[in-house]
Design a binder for this molecule. Structure first.
Ligand SMILES: [Zn+2]
Length: 1006
């Protein structure tokens, strides 16, 4: 080999290109439009994890790999990603069919249907019940200094006597006493056997109330434990999410997080921090539940800590971070390991003067192709290491060759097809008008490469009710032509030429069509719709055009018209809480699962916008969107004035956002662990390849790992997520994310380096999938049990000896109980009477593809006090805990959970403040139906509206503002999100749940 040969690439790195142009929408920041040039590696770069030392080829651990694993890239395999070694199937099978969903915003209509009436409020259990049997000591908790290597919190929970149930819901006696425990608050715990059950029977009326001022303040001093029995626990003495979030923000936001050190847990997902990619993928792309994996499976089983990663392959990075560099390895495609097919990355170790490299994943040694050869420096590193993103960075993108294309053919640019329900309800609500008007502008903002003046994406239009109307919008036509297909049993596309067109070429015809559609159907009396044939029509059109693409379906009702995939109304609330509840989340027919499979094969992603006035069976309608990487949006009782903004903002973002088509994702790992289970919106036909007809920048996939051998502390555990996809211009690309974590032989090291927010993301997705097969009660018990085992293992093996009455939590998991409780009492696992089955199915699907930031705020909403707003600066006030007792009667609060946004107005808010925000000095005159604040020219109003816009910009879905006045009936909805409190559906308060967890832990320890 000629060692002097230069790599043949002169300019291997092209600047990455933003796929879309921002559409200056309020509330949607849009994607980055500028990228910083690659300035080479950071001077402070440290080489990332070092792969295991070179071992002779003959000693490679071959036994786990069949001999016939690698074929060459030109095989007929549908994807080179398929070519990895065949590993044994995971213990847990592929994920079951996940149904999709829609969650209604709480519109006024929803409200009329349903928040529980006062009389249906659950009552606290009888006062005589105590937290624990009298023989048990009280809970102590100290937030002490770290003992040895780990932190223990053993703050004492001291308390007050619970001698009376709390006042009725209508009494707001506690308002105005911020941070002050409420009398009787968090009443006695009903006992484990009732945990998670429906609300307990009504209790006896209150007899007396404690004076809050007489409550002893929490002290660390040791009262004899037995005397503290039946004392209530001060909420201020238990771990506070706000405190943890604030501390992390204060300690970890000032310095950039450099990813060069293996096994370093990133700052919390709530912390604003910059990332420097120094060899491991940014936490924006991958977050792990643990950054010290146990070396053995026995240790993993003992701790019960799930080993999982939440991967968001196409995540949009903050504006000040450069997107991945694009690397072109030339005609032969990306350099890969010969055996496991892992892509060139910082975990490959170059040996023999640079002529070969050893794979960090499987240890196999591969020849370096001559064009890629480079000399090594005295440390064994290639001298061009820092000039090549694939060798120095955790994330990069390779251009793929034709071998990586379906059928070895360069793909056509994708197409977008808009399919609009024009039945009576859709027309009458103004929806059809709104869509057609918006579309004229929106078509200018289709995703495109920045180097291109126009988008390559072609568009097509269909309208439908019981029959389908296709439109010929060919540029040469003076007027669009309609073709009706009334035989919906065997769907076909009646025209090929003129259906999918370039927007600019056909602009005039398209505009004419969009003008005519609302007129054509203005007087329709047709109320019935079909649904499956609509998807089939889009699918057939993409097949005929031989391209991938996305369907945007705007649909209003249960498809009861005679057609394939016809549905019946099976809503039956009586099944809730029974063993048959799971059937409500399963699709009512297998038809859509089969259709989804066909869509995935074609790269046909389906986004569904639902506008129901009644049950539409989201669990069934959502099957195709969820298995094709699509999204479901739901606007219950849609009305243009109240919901138009939200819908249009969602639609704009959905159309414009970065998306890859025909994607296959494969997660490779180093010897010792493997990916065994996957959660998200995708389809899997085998146990390793995650297939996504579409993968957009908001979708995350959660991956669980299990041991199949021992891991070593020296080499750590490596993972590489490779996503092969077609860009919006039809380019085939490979996005590769690499991450290495440490491995440990001591449990204490595992518990020192976990990420609870990611753990909760995993638990929620795991639980939400489990309800397809198990009663919700069983699922809740499983979660509680596993968490108790996690915490008891810590207590038993890692904490220093202390009295059994102390609850000791690992520092990085001290919020596990509060967050877990939020998952357990969520509408999916413990529904209130007011939530519809469609909403539950919808929420279930939403959570399935959430990243860690989204799941965090979804389960533990952000609640900001606005009384003391810094109107000059841009800092946000410190959030308060999501509990009613944190609200002050004289205050204004903003609450968001990523889907909902509330402005709560206390009854005693100062007139000046009301004037500044609402333009009225009177609490009574605030209009609770407003969905946006009036635009007023004063500093407070400007700042508050800016905060609202910044919240909206942060979330993938537009949040409609709801103004909630204290004591108004809407307040019940708001209170549902005060997740530290006992919920109307019987969900435990944080304090009660913590006691319950403590009891569970103690049982496991005894
Ligand atoms: Zn390998």
């Amino acid at each position: 080999m000629n060692v002097n040969q230069q790599a043949h690439m002169t300019s291997p790195y092209r600047q990455p290109q933003p796929a879309l142009q921002g559409y200056a929408q309020p509330g949607y920041g849009g994607p980055p439009t500028q990228y910083a040039p690659y300035n080479g590696p950071n001077p402070g770069y440290q080489q990332g994890p070092t792969p295991a030392g070179y071992s002779p080829y003959s000693s490679l651990p071959c036994k786990t790999f069949p001999a016939t694993l690698a074929s060459d890239l030109s095989s007929n395999s549908s994807s080179p990603l398929d070519l990895g070694p065949v590993r044994p199937p995971p213990n847990s099978g592929p994920p079951p069919v996940s149904a999709s969903q829609g969650y209604s915003q709480y519109t006024q209509g929803d409200v009329q249907n349903g928040p529980p009436t006062m009389s249906s409020q659950p009552h606290r259990p009888p006062v005589s019940q105590s937290y624990l049997p009298g023989s048990q000591p009280a809970y102590h908790q100290q937030y002490g200094a770290p003992h040895t290597s780990m932190q223990q919190m053993t703050n004492q929970m001291s308390g007050m006597q619970v001698s009376a149930p709390p006042p009725a819901v209508s009494g707001y006696g506690a308002f105005g006493q911020m941070s002050r425990p409420q009398p009787g608050y968090g009443g006695s715990y009903p006992g484990p056997q009732n945990y998670g059950a429906q609300p307990p029977p009504p209790a006896a009326p209150p007899q007396k109330r404690l004076d809050p001022d007489s409550i002893p303040s929490p002290q660390v001093s040791a009262l004899p434990a037995v005397q503290k029995t039946r004392h209530r626990i001060d909420p201020d003495a238990i771990p506070s999410p706000i405190q943890v979030i604030e501390d992390d923000q204060a300690n970890r936001s000032s310095e950039p997080f450099a990813t060069g050190v293996r096994g370093q847990a990133p700052p919390l997902v709530t912390t604003n921090f910059q990332v420097k990619d120094q060899g491991n993928a940014s936490p924006s792309y991958i977050r792990c539940t643990a950054y010290n994996f146990p070396c053995t499976s026995d240790m993993a089983k003992q701790s019960q800590v799930p080993l999982a990663a939440v991967i968001k392959p196409l995540a949009t990075l903050p504006l000040d971070e450069a997107p991945p560099y694009i690397v072109d390895h030339g005609e032969t495609g990306p350099i890969r390991c010969n055996r496991c097919k892992a892509y060139m990355c910082p975990f490959m170790q170059f040996i023999e003067g640079g002529r070969r490299f050893q794979c960090g994943f499987c240890s196999c040694v591969t020849e370096v192709p001559p064009h890629y050869f480079q000399h090594l420096d005295h440390t064994g590193k290639r001298v061009d290491c820092y000039d090549r993103p694939e060798l120095s960075m955790g994330t990069c993108e390779f251009t793929a060759t034709v071998d990586y294309c379906k059928n070895n053919k360069i793909p056509q640019p994708p197409a977008f097809i808009f399919l609009i329900d024009v039945s009576y309800n859709a027309v009458k609500s103004g929806l059809v008008d709104l869509i057609c008007a918006e579309m004229k502008t929106l078509l200018d903002y289709l995703p495109r490469e920045s180097s291109e003046a126009d988008s390559c994406i072609r568009v097509g239009f269909v309208t439908y009710n019981k029959v389908l109307h296709f439109y010929n919008v060919k540029s040469s036509l003076a007027q669009p032509q309609m073709m009706v297909v009334s035989d919906v049993a065997d769907m076909f596309v009646p025209l090929l030429d003129g259906f999918l067109v370039n927007v600019n070429e056909s602009r005039a015809v398209i505009n004419s069509l969009l003008d005519q559609i609302p007129e054509m159907f203005a007087d329709t009396r047709e109320t019935e719709t079909v649904f499956a044939p609509v998807i089939q029509a889009g699918l057939e059109a993409l097949k005929a055009a031989d391209c991938a693409g996305k369907l945007f379906i705007f649909h209003s009702s249960l498809p009861i018209a005679e057609a394939p995939g016809k549905l019946k109304n099976r809503e039956d609330k009586k099944l809730v809480g029974t063993d048959k509840e799971k059937t409500l989340f399963q699709p009512q027919t297998s038809f859509f699962g089969n259709l989804a499979k066909e869509c995935v094969a074609q790269g046909c992603c389906v986004d569904l916008f639902l506008f129901p006035n009644q049950y539409v069976d989201v669990a069934t309608l959502g099957v195709v969107p969820s298995q094709t990487g699509g999204s479901v949006y739901k606007y219950t009782y849609f009305q243009v004035p109240s919901d138009g903004d939200r819908f249009l903002n969602d639609l704009r973002r959905d159309v414009q956002k970065q998306v890859g088509f025909d994607a296959v994702m494969r997660v490779r790992t180093s010897t010792g662990i493997r990916a065994t289970d996957f959660f998200g919106d995708f389809y899997m036909s085998n146990t390793t390849d995650v297939e996504l007809a579409g993968l957009d920048c908001d979708k995350a996939v959660t991956v669980e790992f299990r041991h199949d051998d021992k891991l070593s502390e020296e080499s750590g555990a490596l993972m590489q997520c490779a996503v092969l996809y077609t860009s919006c211009s039809g380019q085939r690309r490979l996005r590769v994310h690499n991450l290495s974590v440490n491995c440990c032989t001591q449990l204490a090291d595992l518990y020192r380096n976990c990420d609870t927010d990611t753990l909760i993301n995993f638990f929620a997705k795991y639980a939400y999938r489990s309800i397809l097969n198990s009663p919700t009660k069983t699922v809740r018990d499983t979660l509680i049990n596993q968490s108790a085992q996690i915490l008891s293992c810590y207590r038993k093996n890692c904490a220093s000896p202390s009295s059994a009455g102390q609850l000791i939590l690992p520092e990085c998991m001290k919020l596990l109980p509060v967050y877990l409780n939020c998952v357990l009492k969520s509408d999916i696992l413990q529904p209130g009477a007011d939530i519809s089955l469609d909403d539950r199915a919808y929420l279930r699907q939403l959570v399935t593809s959430m990243d860690v930031a989204e799941s965090h705020v979804f389960f533990y909403p952000r609640l900001l006090p606005l009384q003391k707003l810094d109107v000059e600066g841009d800092s946000l006030p410190t959030a308060v805990r999501a509990s009613e007792e944190r609200l002050s009667k004289g205050g204004l609060y903003l609450l968001e959970n990523g889907l909902h946004l509330f402005l709560w107005v206390g009854a005693n808010v100062q007139q000046e403040l009301l004037q500044s925000v609402f333009n009225t000095p009177s609490f009574g005159q605030i209009d609770p139906s407003m969905t946006n604040l009036p635009v007023l020219d004063n500093p407070y109003s400007r700042r508050l509206r800016a905060i609202i816009e910044s919240f909206r910009a942060e979330r993938p879905r537009y949040m409609k503002l709801m103004v909630v006045k204290q004591d108004d009936k809407l307040e019940l909805i708001f209170k549902h999100f005060l997740v530290e409190d006992k919920s109307a559906s019987g969900g435990a308060s944080y304090v009660d749940f913590l006691c319950h967890m403590h009891k569970e832990i103690r049982q496991l320890l005894s």
